[in-house]
Ligand binder design. Sequence first.
Ligand code: ATP
Length: 367
Amino acid sequence: AAASPAGSQLGELRLRGVSRAYGSYTALHPLDLTIRGGEFVALLGPSGCGKTTALNCLAGLLPLTAGEIVLDGRRVDTVPPEKRGFGMVFQNYALFPHLTVRGNVAFGLKMRGVGRAETTRRVDEVLRLVRLTEQAHKHPGQLSGGQQQRVAIARAIVMEPPLVLMDEPLSNLDAALRLEMRSEIRRIHQEFGLTTVYVTHDQEEALSLADRLVVLEAGRVSQIGTPAELYEHPADPHVAAFMGYRNLLALDVVSVRGSRAVVQRRGLRLTGTLVGGGPVAEGREATVAIRPEDVRVAGPGEQPIAEAVAQIVEYHGRALHVEAVTGDGDRIHLRADGGIRPGDALAVTVDADRALLFPSPGTGPGP
Ligand code: ATP
């Protein structure tokens, strides 16, 4: 439940076959997505995958090539952006430099003709929410990057928009501030009961913020799901890579038994779990996806999947991140507790249910 009287006015936003082409180039293939009121949805994907195109279509900044956008049963894709009333927080949040924080946040309400008392009440409430009450009299030039970003958020949500659109809002901030603002955005989202669509190429940001993620690749949806669904059951190697499966290896299927298969190539041999029920069969090639945190140095009596020599050892808080190379040149990312130096020979292992097997592209009929 929203702590604020504003809250989200949105029941449901439906995108049906929304697509966008630039000339003959299709930047966004037909996208179907239903966003529920109060939901936080992240559009995630590498540069050029069509995230901003999708967001701009939602905002009305870009006409659709095909499809429709329906807000609580009402078509909005032909409605101009200012009439949609969506809040927007973009990378370059262009605050008015000559107005105070309060003036910046109140600006939209004044434009809309909201009365003085009502404006003061709403601005006070939003400033409190983004923790800028003390800074209300300052000008943007006197604020830190994170404070400026919070003004931009306050300015958007004070209008009580049915939907807030954010495009890489944290990309101009340094690492520490990005982390801090990430939890701020989440908190504000929850307290205000906002419905949010958030564009990012940062998988950690998307995983930590969103209720659901839409992973895009070359203008198409690879997968839509909760962070846990995508993390545990990535639909393809591309999503897996995005979810932190840094080990993607092409191996040959030796045998298949139920949902398990043994794969090997050169000095690597392991058992993995088949995902997606694809055509992984004996004699075919499979892509194995394993997270570095699921690869470790084999204990005494454990069967290693490979022998490899540590090349790069990085300290990551409690664990070491190790990059090791097998005799055949395969690169393996793993975690270790300590005591490993570059040049050390390692016998590495992975639990069978932690390695995912995908049919390699072009090895089967596909979906
Ligand atoms: P980034 O993270 O780099 O912003 P993105 O995922 O947001 O990338 P988009 O900006 O949506 O990607 O662009 C998707 C594709 O459409 C890209 O290949 C891009 O080159 C192309 N594109 C974007 N705008 C135009 C345009 N006005 N004219 C032609 N092609 C465009």
